[in-house]
Write a protein that binds this ligand. Structure first.
Ligand code: NAD
Length: 358
C-alpha cells in the first residue's frame, strides 16, 4: 500500500472489508414490512431528492443496454466520488405471459477508495420502490397543487407502489385504475384495499383519466403504443409516463408531447429511451434536477400540461441502495457473504487457494 493510499483510507481493515452485506429478496421484504412500505417510500423519496440536489457530483452515462428480440438487459452505473454503484436490470415485456417478471434486478455499492463492494442487494422490489418514490417526488414539484386523484393505466408489478408513493408524497386520496387485463386491476384493487386510498376500477383508459389531475402510464409493450391519445389529456394535468423506457417502446401519442412541457432525468439517456425519441433531437426538455435546485421553472400555470418522461436513471438506484445500506443496522435483515478473495498477503492469491484443502 502506498503512503498516499494509506493516508486516504486510514480506517481500512482488510479482514473486515472482505465480507459483503447481502440483502436477499426475503430480507428486502422483511426490511420493508418492518419499516412499513409507506414509510419506506417517503424516506426513499428524500434520499432520491438529496441526490438530485447534488446532481453535479455524479459521474453520469446513459445505461449500457443489450437489446434482443424479447427485451433488454442493462447495466446502470454511477459514482459520487466516494461510493460507486450499479444495477443489473432486464426489461422483457413478453415475460409476464410466460409467468416471469417483466423487470428483475440486483445491485451493488462499492467504496471508490479501494474498490471493495460494501453492499449486494436484490433490486426487483427495490426498483419498484425507487421508481415510485422518484415519480411521486417529481410530481411533488410538477403536479397541480392539491392534486387528489390519479389515473393509473397499467396495473402490473409497479402499480401499487406508485399509488402508495403518490398518497404518501403528493397527498392523493383517490386512484382510478385501468388495465387491458381485468385480473391485473382486480389484483391492484385487492392489494390497495387497506391503504386508505379510494380505489376505483375503470373499464377504459378514457374512464380512468376522467377527473384525474395526475395520469400515470405504466404499461409494458415492446412497440410504439398509444396508451393515451391527445383528446384524453385535458389542460393542467401532470403526466407521469413510466412505461416508455426503451428504444422503440413508447406510450403517448406524439401530439401530447407537443402540447406538454417535458421534464426528464438525464437527456442523453431519455433521448434514446423515453417518449421524446418521437421528437427531434433539439426539442426542448428540462432536467428535473434543475427544477429541484431552483435553476429552472417547473409548473408555471394552471393550464400547463407537465410531462415527466421517466426512464429511470442510475442515480435513483444509487439513492435506493444508499437507503437500504442505512437500514441494515436498524433492521438487521442481511447476511455477510464471503464474496471477495482476500488473502492475508495480497500477493499470495495462489497460496491461499492451495491451502484451502489442507
Ligand atoms: P408488468 O408487465 O407487470 O405490467 C404491465 C401491465 O400493463 C400489465 O398488467 C398489462 O396487462 C398492462 N397493459 C399492457 N398494455 C396495456 C394497454 N394498452 N392499456 C392498459 N394496460 C396495458 O410491468 P411493470 O413491471 O409494472 O412495468 C411497467 C412498465 O414500466 C414496463 O414497460 C417497464 O419497463 C417500465 N418501468 C419503468 C421504470 C422507470 O423508471 N421508468 C421502472 C420500472 C419499470
Amino acid at each position: 500500500m502506498t503512503a498516499a493510499f494509506a493516508e486516504r483510507i486510514p480506517s481500512l481493515e482488510p479482514s473486515k472489508l472482505a465480507m459483503v452485506p447481502f440483502v436477499s429478496v426475503d430480507h428486502m421484504m422483511k426490511l420493508i414490512n418492518a419499516i412499513g412500505p409507506a414509510n419506506v417510500l417517503s424516506e426513499m423519496a428524500s434520499y432520491v431528492e438529496a441526490d438530485f440536489l447534488r446532481w453535479e457530483a455524479f459521474d453520469k452515462t446513459p445505461r449500457v443496454a443489450s437489446h434482443s428480440r424479447e427485451g433488454v438487459i442493462e447495466l446502470m452505473p454511477t459514482s459520487d466520488g466516494e461510493t460507486y454503484g450499479f444495477k443489473y436490470v432486464n426489461g422483457h415485456p413478453a415475460n409476464m405471459a410466460r409467468g416471469f417478471q417483466t423487470v428483475t434486478a440486483f445491485g451493488v455499492l462499492a467504496r471508490v477508495d479501494n474498490g471493495y463492494p460494501v453492499l449486494l442487494s436484490e433490486m426487483t422490489i427495490l426498483t419498484a420502490l425507487r421508481t415510485a418514490a422518484t415519480s411521486a417526488l417529481v410530481a411533488k414539484y410538477l403536479a397541480p397543487k392539491g392534486s387528489k386523484t390519479m389515473a393509473m393505466i397499467g396495473n402490473g408489478a409497479q402499480c401499487e407502489f406508485q399509488a402508495l408513493a403518490f398518497k404518501q408524497v403528493v397527498g392523493i386520496d383517490t386512484v382510478r385504475l385501468y388495465d387491458i387485463d381485468p385480473r391485473a386491476t382486480a389484483k391492484a384493487v385487492e392489494n390497495l384495499s387497506e391503504t386508505g386510498l379510494k380505489v376505483i376500477a375503470c373499464q377504459s383508459s378514457q374512464e380512468a383519466v376522467d377527473g384525474a389531475q395526475i395520469i400515470t402510464t405504466c404499461t409494458a409493450d415492446k412497440q410504439y403504443a398509444t396508451i393515451l391519445t391527445d383528446n384524453m389529456v385535458g389542460s393542467g394535468v401532470h403526466i407521469n409516463a413510466i412505461g416508455g423506457d426503451c428504444p422503440g417502446k413508447t406510450e403517448l401519442h406524439k401530439d401530447i408531447l407537443l402540447r406538454s412541457d417535458i421534464f426528464v432525468e438525464y437527456p442523453p439517456q431519455t433521448r434514446i429511451e423515453g417518449e421524446i425519441q418521437q421528437l427531434s433531437e433539439d426539442h426542448e426538455v428540462t432536467e428535473i434536477w434543475k427544477v429541484m435546485t431552483g435553476k429552472a421553472e417547473g409548473r408555471t400555470s394552471d393550464s400547463q400540461i407537465t410531462l415527466f418522461d421517466s426512464v429511470g436513471f442510475a442515480t435513483e438506484d444509487f439513492s435506493a441502495l444508499r437507503y437500504i445500506r442505512d437500514q441494515l443496522d436498524r433492521t438487521g435483515y442481511f447476511i455477510e457473504l464471503d464474496m471477495l478473495a482476500d488473502p492475508d498477503d495480497p500477493r499470495d492469491l495462489f497460496g491461499m487457494m492451495k491451502r484451502a484443502d489442507q
